[in-house]
Design a protein around this ligand. Structure first.
Ligand SMILES: Cc1cc2nc3c(=O)[nH]c(=O)nc-3n(C[C@H](O)[C@H](O)[C@H](O)COP(=O)(O)OP(=O)(O)OC[C@H]3O[C@@H](n4cnc5c(N)ncnc54)[C@H](O)[C@@H]3O)c2cc1C
Length: 467
């Protein structure tokens, strides 16, 4: 492979390979990367403009990716996939976001999250195995539908959902407030409270739902950026699913989150934010090295201020990429290079050990892209503010990083709280009592307030006991 990054027959106009951590990639992964750059040049990048302008789902881009086998990038070879690993997945998402289309990169991220959830539990499931075999041949796009309208970015808490055993399978209901590729995907992995739910929201189950079983409202989708990603509402309205549509055993949802959905979403979405940051630096390089100020005879890139902007953006973005790829490699090491056969043992969860690190990866990437988007706009001046340069679209796309769940507010608290108070203090499903807060509040009550409060609690306890 050439050491010179190519854009068609010419040298690439942005940053060269000397600023990419190429040593992390195998020779085959470098070939895949070059293929994705070429696909971006010929197809994905032009479609990105159309997707953004017309709120168009990037199906054409998925078709192009499927032609080269990218929908099954880490599907085992015996199922017709590429048999690649976590590093390859992160590289692919980053490359698509950087040179091609950020909306496609996000839809691809959600697709890979769904593929991981399916691979995790496909071993005794013919329907899942059949989908995995046909991903590229039939361009079967998957996605994850988790976020609930009642619980916002606490996507692990699906209040508006439920499932019960019925004649012929399971009756499943779910309302989702956001679903990337909603109404356009061919298959969905969704999460609900488990059948026989007894009030513990940590008791979750996963389901495979097909496109004709969901109600989506794509016409209502509109967003600041990632406008092609069509993240609208979704409803599964008491649909009866055949028995094998439960993904994994009953109650497997929390483990599936920790082992697959979270690690893959955090890894690939971070790669997407890194790719957007790099895409902006590339454009800023091209623009500032060509734009001249005739009065002083300087190009924009000749001002030290602009050099500082670009220098800092490269350093910060590469720090984020280094962490992202380091964690991808850590997951490769922990899973024998993404060997899905380890999950024949239903308790195997090596990726889950990395979660506290994966929170840091996403926080760093989303924080960085927000900063870099601002600085590259500043570097390109008013020209960057107009759509023609592409900076403006990337800026809007990049803003999704911070607010997508788990949001950066939630992540920094997870990390700080677990470091200070222990992991058990995170209390995802709101079940542990904060005795300090309770004691502090009751301390403020006078005796009649205490009495009234105690009576209220007693009545509630008696009501519960009578239920
Ligand atoms: C482009 C895009 C694509 C998406 N795609 C999908 C998808 O495919 N599937 C899916 O399931 N979801 C998806 N989502 C949803 C996403 O993951 C979040 O659920 C959603 O962004 C939450 O929005 P909200 O308005 O409910 O935020 P809220 O949850 O109401 O948050 C509002 C503010 O409160 C803060 N906050 C919330 N909880 C806490 C806390 N415990 N501590 C401190 N601060 C807190 C937040 O950080 C934020 O600042 C997508 C979102 C976007 C923007």
């Amino acid at each position: 492979m050439s050491d010179v990054k190519k854009w068609g027959d010419e040298e690439f106009w942005g940053l060269g390979y000397e600023f990419d951590p190429q040593w992390i990639l195998t020779p085959h992964q470098k070939e895949l990367q070059a293929k994705l750059i070429e696909l971006s040049r010929t197809t994905l990048r032009d479609n990105a403009i159309e997707s953004d302008k017309k709120l168009l789902f990037p199906r054409k881009n998925f078709e192009a990716l499927a032609k080269h086998g990218f929908l099954g990038i880490f599907v085992p070879k015996e199922l017709g996939g590429m048999g690649e690993n976590h590093v390859a997945a992160a590289m692919a998402v980053e490359t698509i976001a950087r040179y091609g289309c950020a909306s496609t990169a996000m839809c691809y991220t959600m697709h890979l999250g769904a593929v991981a959830a399916a691979l995790f539990r496909h071993h005794n499931n013919k329907t899942l195995t059949d989908i995995l075999r046909r991903l590229d041949k039939d361009v079967l796009i998957g996605t994850l539908s988790f976020s609930d309208p009642e619980t916002g970015s606490h996507f692990w808490y699906p209040i508006s959902s439920g499932a019960e055993k019925v004649e012929g399978g399971w009756k499943v209901r779910k309302k989702a407030s956001w679903t990337t590729s909603g109404g356009f995907a061919d298959w969905y992995v969704i999460q609900t409270t488990s059948p026989d739910f007894g009030g513990n929201y940590g008791d979750l189950s996963c389901w495979l739902v097909l496109k004709d079983e969901v109600k989506a409202e794509p016409s209502k989708w509109d967003g600041l950026g990632l406008r092609g990603n069509q993240s609208g509402t979704l409803e599964v309205d008491n649909v009866v699913l055949p028995p094998d549509r439960m993904v994994g055993p009953k109650g497997d949802g929390a483990l599936a989150n920790d082992e697959c959905v979270d690690p893959f979403f955090l890894l690939c979405s971070s790669a997407c934010w890194n790719g957007i940051a790099l895409g902006m630096i590339d454009i800023a390089k091209r623009h500032t090295t060509t734009k001249k100020h005739v009065d002083v005879g300087m190009r924009v890139c000749d001002y030290p201020t602009i050099q500082d902007y670009v220098g800092e953006a490269i350093i910060d973005t590469n720090a984020s990429r280094a962490l992202t790829f380091q964690m991808a490699r850590a997951m490769d090491d922990a899973t024998n290079n993404c060997d899905w056969s380890i999950h024949k043992d239903l308790t195997a969860a090596p990726r889950a050990q990395t979660l506290p690190w994966m929170w840091q990866v996403k926080f760093a990437a989303a924080k960085n892209v927000a900063h870099v988007t601002d600085k590259m706009l500043h570097a390109c001046g008013g020209t960057g503010y107009k759509p023609g340069l592409g900076i403006e679209r990337y800026l809007r796309d990049g803003k999704a990083g911070w607010v997508m769940g788990p949001t950066n507010e939630v992540l920094r608290q997870f990390v700080g709280k677990s470091a200070l108070l222990g992991f058990e203090s995170l209390d995802y499903w709101n079940t542990s009592i904060n005795e300090r807060v309770l004691a502090n509040e009751t301390k403020k009550m006078n005796s009649s307030q205490k009495k009234a409060f105690a009576e209220k609690l007693l009545a509630e306890a008696q009501g519960k006991a009578a239920e």
